[in-house]
Write a protein that binds this ligand. Structure first.
Ligand SMILES: Cc1cc2nc3c(=O)[nH]c(=O)nc-3n(C[C@H](O)[C@H](O)[C@H](O)COP(=O)(O)OP(=O)(O)OC[C@H]3O[C@@H](n4cnc5c(N)ncnc54)[C@H](O)[C@@H]3O)c2cc1C
Length: 475
């Protein structure tokens, strides 16, 4: 099948908040460079611009006290995951200038009638520091306008399937054109991964659109050092996926109905400790890993019925609730410029980790997309000044090894099965059957279909019980 071959200096993968911020930063650093954003969809996408809340919180750290408290709280939340204080401090120090830019491009931050920004505590903090902008469609238009003003190129129909690494250095990507179905490769001097998080690997998820959730697999296959990939953010939701906090579900008078016909009340289970546990749990929407209040989420998990939903009788009504994947806290281990363990390969937004660990404070992810997105764009531009593109012949020789998968029906069915099994076995508190599931995934990484390979590899990363040797695809 013929290949479409494109070239650019800086190549950004993904058009969420982190990808678009990285793209302008590269242009701000050097107008003469060719900067290309490659993504799946022409329009708003990802958790940045298509999330169901239509609003996003941002940690605005505009005083020394706010910066210091943020760093202290973020570091405490990171345990038992990997967290790098240097990155957390950079987020704190650069929060205000990035916020000013977001205001300058016209994001609609909420203000009270007197015109003051309204502030809220982010999940995991009691201090009201977060500011909120809404209308994500309009926000996308503002970011796109700025990207267009900088003359960035946009490729809107590329399903990315792999990063090309030559002699230890990133030099491009390959994938499938969603319009022609053809193999498309892009040569570049640097690559910035901004493909979003792993939540879509779970059948029940509330992440944004146009993200198949394959970032972990693509990065693992390229040989990037990853961390925290086992730490996902899950939230409890009703059948319509609207959020409900366990502090409400486990109110003292409520009754948890077991599938075998028996029942119990939260007070039966927790006695006098219930008040403190509920007070703590009410301060964050996602399940926190390894915290005292995690026991409330575990109790709900242990009492799910076969369909994955818990039944709780409150007054005369029965509520049904299940866990939905919302975001990931893992990704590539990066330095202060967003560079990964592979030279000229950067990772930002939900593709990166270390600026948070096992648990992440609300509003800190959008902060990270802007601070580290900009830093990665600047550094990628600096690299592009000093190095040349890989020779076309060498690049073509590498691309000869890639093949676009056929058998789309088989691909869709297998990917759906993996997502259902992730939901069954790999929710927080791994379930019985996880080992056998992971063995099946290892088999599937040997599939001849690249999408099945990447889904299986991503799922293996996302279902790790503990830190293990990196997993790779068999070549
Ligand atoms: C409901 C909800 C509420 C949230 N609220 C907050 C909040 O208030 N504060 C906060 O800090 N965080 C919040 N988050 C998390 C935050 O929104 C995301 O972590 C963040 O927006 C991720 O940005 P990103 O640029 O890394 O990825 P995304 O915005 O997800 O963008 C990923 C991009 O990559 C593209 N892509 C993915 N895979 C491929 C592929 N194979 N080929 C081509 N393109 C691909 C997608 O189409 C998209 O353009 C929330 C998340 C959700 C779901």
């Amino acid at each position: 099948m013929p290949t479409t071959l494109l070239s650019t200096d800086v190549l950004v993968l993904g058009s969420g908040l982190s990808g678009l911020r990285a793209a302008w930063a590269a242009k701000e650093q050097n107008q003469k460079l060719n900067v290309t954003v490659a993504c799946l969809r022409n329009g708003p996408s990802g958790s940045s611009f298509t999330n169901r809340n239509n609003a996003l919180g941002y940690q605005l750290l505009d005083t020394d006290d706010r910066k210091a408290t943020f760093v202290e709280e973020a570091m405490a939340l990171g345990w038992p995951g990997f967290i790098d204080e240097k990155l957390v401090t950079i987020l704190a120090d650069e929060s205000e200038p990035r916020f000013r830019e977001m205001e300058e491009i016209g994001l609609a931050f909420k203000r009270d009638t007197a015109g003051h920004l309204t502030r809220h505590p982010g999940c995991g903090s009691l201090e009201p520091r977060s500011v909120i902008f809404d209308d994500l469609h309009a926000s996308f238009n503002r970011y796109s306008k700025r990207t267009a003003e900088y003359n960035c190129n946009i490729v809107t129909d590329l399903e990315i399937m792999g990063i090309i690494v030559h002699k230890g250095t990133a030099c491009g990507v390959w994938g499938r054109s969603t319009t022609t179905g053809r193999l498309t490769s892009i040569r570049s001097t640097s690559v910035i991964m901004a493909l979003g998080g792993p939540a879509p690997l779970f059948h029940g998820h509330i992440a944004g659109a146009a993200n198949p959730g394959l970032g972990y697999g693509i990065m693992a296959d390229a040989g990037i050092t990853l961390a925290n990939t086992t730490f996902h953010q899950f939230m409890w939701g009703r059948r319509d996926r609207s959020f409900v906090n366990p502090a409400t579900l486990l109110a003292p008078g409520n009754v948890i109905l077991r599938e075998n016909g028996t029942s119990f009340t939260p007070t039966d289970q927790f006695g006098a400790t219930l008040t403190d546990l509920r007070t703590s749990r009410a301060t964050h929407c996602p399940v926190f890993h390894d915290r005292p209040d995690t026991i409330l989420d575990r109790t709900l998990m242990d009492n799910r019925w076969d369909d994955g939903f818990v039944r709780i009788k409150a007054h005369s009504q029965t509520m049904e609730t299940s866990l939905f994947a919302h975001a990931g806290n893992g990704g590539a281990v990066i330095n202060e410029h967003g560079e990964t363990s592979i030279r000229n390969l950067f990772a930002v937004g939900e593709c990166a980790t270390g600026m948070h660990g096992a648990n992440r404070m609300g509003g800190a992810m959008i902060l990270a997309t802007q601070v580290l997105g900009r830093r990665a764009g600047i550094e990628a531009a600096n690299r592009s000044n000093t190095i040349s593109l890989i020779k076309k012949n060498d690049f073509n020789d590498i691309c000869d090894n890639f093949a676009i998968p056929d058998q789309r029906d088989h691909e869709t069915a297998t990917v759906n099965t993996i997502r259902q099994e992730m939901q069954r076995f790999a929710l927080f508190g791994r379930q019985v059957g996880i080992q056998e599931f992971r063995e099946r995934l290892k088999e599937q990484t040997r599939s001849r279909n690249r999408i099945i390979q990447l889904t299986a590899l991503s799922a293996l990363e996302a279902s790790r019980p503990t830190i293990e040797e990196p997993l790779r695809l068999e070549k």
